[in-house]
Design a protein around this ligand. Structure first.
Ligand code: T3D
Length: 262
């Protein structure tokens, strides 16, 4: 099981593809480990200035592989707290902590943890036939991978509650209309749009973009005073980057800036 995750390098960005298409790219332990390695490698690559996360075949990700969770009566139940602690939580933290923009290209159904991993990304694009399903309630489980945190912030408390309790599918268009995702594209145009965004980001001031992510993340819990202080500190650091100097110079020279990501 070597190619559970495919990584492709392009000029200035990477594409990571979940690759268990016959199981709708649901997570087993080897795929978790391969994805974490791919993310660690991406983080260490200073040439990599954006990331696309997508799925092979007709689905994006169906969450946990339930074949690994089937038990007979009398058997010890699986320790889900342990797998969340070992795999899902580190994955969400790693995605949120990456300092480059992450584009989720949701090519088909995103269910359970698969839906919430997509929502953890910075920009979520979805093909028109994609669906988002908080499948957990149908199994007796709780939305995980940050679902109970992301959902109310993205769609508001009323919709978050109904989505989590009913586990009904949300179409890509509905998700866009609700502000749960950035944009719906035609299925055939999804990857083109993802590549267009990633190659754009690969030419942009990467350090500044990382600071924007950081500021928006903590604004969820900071009060205004703390947030103003953080903006001050981040702006201080942004103002010392070569890319900022280049941005201002290009403005006055009426030309396109040449950002290096530094
Ligand atoms: O366990 C822990 O560590 C805790 C963490 C939990 C995180 C979670 O994600 S829990 C939620 C797990 N996911 C689900 O409950 C979703 C289950 N899947 C579905 O409800 C449906 O498959 C979909 C709505 C996603 C898609 O439906 P559809 O009709 O397009 O496809 P399908 O026919 O159901 O699926 C295609 C195949 O993939 C099928 O196999 P088969 O019949 O062709 O041999 C199906 O069994 C398999 N598959 C889909 N999802 C999973 C899966 N196999 C294992 N695990 C899955 N999650």
């Amino acid at each position: 099981e070597n190619d559970l995750i495919l990584t492709e390098r392009r000029e200035g960005y990477r594409i990571i593809t979940l690759n268990r298409p016959d199981r709708l790219n649901s997570f087993n332990e080897p795929m978790h480990k391969a994805l974490m390695s791919a993310l660690i490698e991406t983080e260490a690559d200073s040439e990599c200035r954006a990331l696309i996360l997508t799925g092979a075949g007709r689905g994006f990700c169906a969450g946990q592989d339930l074949a690994d969770r089937l038990t007979s009566p009398g058997q010890q139940p699986p320790d889900l707290a342990a797998t969340i602690e070992q795999f899902y939580n580190p994955l969400v933290r790693k995605l949120r902590g990456l300092r480059i923009p992450i584009i989720a290209a949701v090519n088909g159904v995103a269910a359970g943890a698969g839906a919430n991993i997509a929502l953890a990304c910075d920009i979520v694009l979805a093909g028109r036939s994609a669906k988002f399903i908080q499948a957990f309630a149908k199994l007796g489980l709780v939305p995980d991978s940050g679902g109970t945190w992301f959902l109310p912030r993205l769609v508001g408390p009323a919709r978050a509650r109904a989505l989590a309790l009913l586990a009904e599918p949300v179409s890509a268009e509905q998700a866009e209309a609700w502000g749960m995702i950035w944009k719906t594209t035609d299925d055939a145009g999804l990857m083109d749009e993802a590549h267009r965004l990633a190659s754009y980001f690969a030419t942009q001031p990467t350090i500044g973009l990382g600071f924007i992510k950081q500021a928006l993340d903590v604004s969820e819990t900071n009060d205004l005073d703390r947030q103003l202080e953080l903006e001050r500190d981040l702006q201080g650091r942004a103002g010392r980057t070569p890319d900022y100097r280049e941005g201002v110079a290009a403005f006055f020279e009426k030309r396109q800036p040449k950002f290096t990501g530094r």
